[in-house]
Design a protein around this ligand. Structure first.
Ligand SMILES: C=CC1=C(C)c2cc3[nH]c(cc4nc(cc5[nH]c(cc1n2)c(C)c5CCC(=O)O)C(CCC(=O)O)=C4C)c(C)c3C=C
Ligand code: FES
Ligand SMILES: [Fe+2]
Length: 428
């Protein structure tokens, strides 16, 4: 298999050394004293220091779903999406039904991407955010520098396997070891989003490294992975959301400002996933509550859910119905706040801006900006990454517990691997 480099990241950024004058703030990960000897000990194994005492380079890998950058990529994007049993379980018919549904859906979705400028901006924003975060980390933590930016998408280029080959090309793994942090870009954990990306990363990790030619496990020289798997109420994230809301509130006359209804909108989930025990609804609610707390509960607000697909029951109330109902009742000043995604995408640019806002037909219905290149947000990403490295954790405690209704062997294997418990007989 041959792999093209998917990265538009100049090599001088990857190779950039951290300024030596900056005070190191990262606590040493070598011989980490906080190693927990509990059942779910999740400390990062020691990373080898080089002769200069540096523990870098550190690969920072952003995980996300991705999107088609051009309308020509839509069918491939949808084919991968409908082939994903962690997102859309179609059982034994997956490989037959998936491509069929994807092909039938392609023209409609191509039109939507065409209406928002010809493609999804997710790749542009993800690569920018990761690169900028790494620049900050090089200054904040020279000990673990250089921090090298990578993006691994679940359904569009650059795919996980491409990212993995790029890691090898850059000197990670392949007997050389090295440290990589998988950083989910979904602030709130769902087994259908972050869970699916981690299952994919675990799959490719097993395929591409960790095995000798005879098929036996060979842990020597493999990449040491740790995971930032959720961050729904990180203060930096909350601050960035709150500032974007405040900026939009300022566009209303002062005397009406506190009456504006804040409508937090998150991608919905099928009720079958909610009832399986998926953590996402609770984590989205945690984000909303933290943002409102930061705003001093200055406005009335609701959380609603968008982008239902197919005929089955999904978590509601739906965003479009909510807006229509409130406008009908005279709440014509509303701010929509996309709260479960860190950049613009088809759901903000098409569904909220073109469908919901046009339907509402009221100049008082507006949308808070997405986080995109917001410097407060990028600083939050760097803070989060540094806190993670300083803690020396492999993953959060939450990642080590499966949903009540989970029957997936993939979830079990993935969680054991990322918790560093692969060879233990655990019931997760
Ligand atoms: C946190 C965000 C998201 C969750 C949770 C989520 C769950 C989820 N999605 C589908 C089905 C589809 N999603 C599609 C597109 C899409 N989904 C998200 C985010 C979440 N999905 C985004 C940001 C996007 C758009 C990406 C972009 O390029 O802009 C699509 C494809 C579009 C379409 O056909 O309508 C489908 C299908 C399910 C079934 C699900 C939970 C199980
Ligand atoms: S579906 Fe949630 S852990 Fe498997
Ligand atoms: Fe989705």
């Amino acid at each position: 298999m041959s792999f093209r480099s998917p990265f538009a990241i100049p090599r001088h950024i990857w190779n950039s050394a951290a300024p030596s004058a900056v005070r190191p703030v990262a606590r040493s990960l070598v011989g980490c004293t906080s190693y927990q000897r509990s059942r779910f000990a999740t400390a990062v194994p020691p990373v080898t220091q080089d002769a200069t005492g540096s523990k870098g380079p550190t690969a920072m890998v952003f995980l996300n779903m991705g999107g088609p950058s051009t309308t020509d990529e839509v069918e491939d994007f949808l084919s991968r999406l409908f082939a994903d049993g962690d997102l859309i379980p179609l059982g034994r018919l997956q490989s037959y039904l998936g491509p069929l549904i994807a092909r039938r859906r392609t023209p409609k979705i191509q039109q939507q991407y065409s209406d928002i400028g010809g493609g999804s901006p997710i790749r542009k924003w993800s690569e920018y955010q990761c690169k900028e975060m790494c620049k900050l980390l090089d200054k904040m933590s020279p000990e673990t520098a250089p921090h090298k930016p990578y993006v691994a998408f679940r359904y569009a280029a650059p795919l996980t396997e491409t990212m993995y080959e790029q890691l090898f090309a850059d000197g990670f793994g392949n007997g050389k070891g090295g440290r990589a942090v998988a950083f989910t870009q979904y602030p709130q954990y769902s087994c259908s989003t972050t869970g699916s990306s981690l299952n994919e990363l675990w799959k490719w990790r097993n395929r591409l490294e960790g095995k000798r030619a005879n098929g036996e496990a060979d842990p020597a020289g493999t990449i040491q992975w740790s995971v930032i798997d959720r961050w729904p109420s990180h203060p930096g994230l909350i601050e960035a959301f709150a500032q974007n809301i405040e900026a939009q509130l300022k566009t209303y006359p002062a005397e009406k400002r506190n009456e504006v209804v804040l409508l937090f909108s998150a991608h919905s989930l099928p009720m079958s996933v909610v009832n399986r025990g998926d953590p996402y609804p609770a984590e989205v609610a945690a984000t909303v509550h933290a943002v409102m707390q930061r705003l001093g509960f200055s406005n009335p607000y609701r959380l609603c859910w968008q982008s239902k697909v197919g005929p089955k029951a999904w978590l509601g109330a739906q965003t479009s119905d909510t807006v229509q109902e409130y406008v009908k009742r005279g709440h014509t000043d509303l701010i929509l706040v996309p709260v479960a995604f860190t950049s613009d995408h088809i759901e903000t640019l098409y569904e909220l801006d073109l469908e919901v806002m046009e339907e509402a037909n009221s100049p008082g219905v507006k949308r808070a900006e997405s986080l995109n290149g917001n410097p407060v947000f990028i600083q939050a990403l760097a803070d989060l990454a540094l806190e993670h490295m300083n803690k020396g954790e492999l993953c959060s405690r939450q990642l080590t517990l499966r949903c009540q209704g989970c029957t997936s062997e993939r979830c079990l294997g993935q969680k054991k691997f990322f918790a560093g418990k692969e060879n233990e007989a655990l019931v997760l």
